[in-house]
Design a protein around this ligand. Structure first.
Ligand SMILES: [Zn+2]
Length: 130
């Protein structure tokens, strides 16, 4: 069976919530800011994926300049995880499929042959004689 592996990644940026009005040093004025999440989705066959390189930002809505925020400060304030569940954890489905394929291939396998089968004609050497 020939199977072509398609492995890749894409970088995604997602707007989360308004972050109020602040002075923007790039725009030189008072601007509205928003919280953003940038992450990398690694995938296999565009179907099974997991997330790496997660970064939160507070960026100006006009020029997109800003600064990075600590995840431990941002994440507890989020109402739900911003990255879809399947995007984060679909690799578990792939692992389950691989496990099922391994179990299926072992289903009809003969039992392993013993390397030193017992010989019925030889005397029992484990018996203790007195
Ligand atoms: Zn700005």
């Amino acid at each position: 069976m020939n199977t072509m592996l398609i492995w890749g990644y894409d970088d995604r940026m997602q707007k989360l919530s308004p972050a109020g009005s602040h002075y923007c040093s790039a725009c030189q004025g008072e601007r509205s800011f928003s919280h953003f999440l940038a992450y990398r989705r690694n995938h296999l066959w565009f179907l099974f994926s997991f997330v790496t390189d997660r970064h939160y930002y507070r960026l100006c809505d006009d020029c997109h300049e800003g600064f990075e925020l600590e995840p431990r400060i941002v994440e507890p304030e989020l109402p739900a995880h911003p990255i879809p569940f399947y995007t984060r954890h679909s690799w578990i489905a792939l692992a389950a499929l691989i496990l099922l394929a391994v179990l299926w291939s072992l289903r009809d396998s003969p039992p392993p042959a013993s390397s030193n089968p017992p010989n019925p004609s030889s005397p029992d050497r484990t018996a203790i004689s007195t």
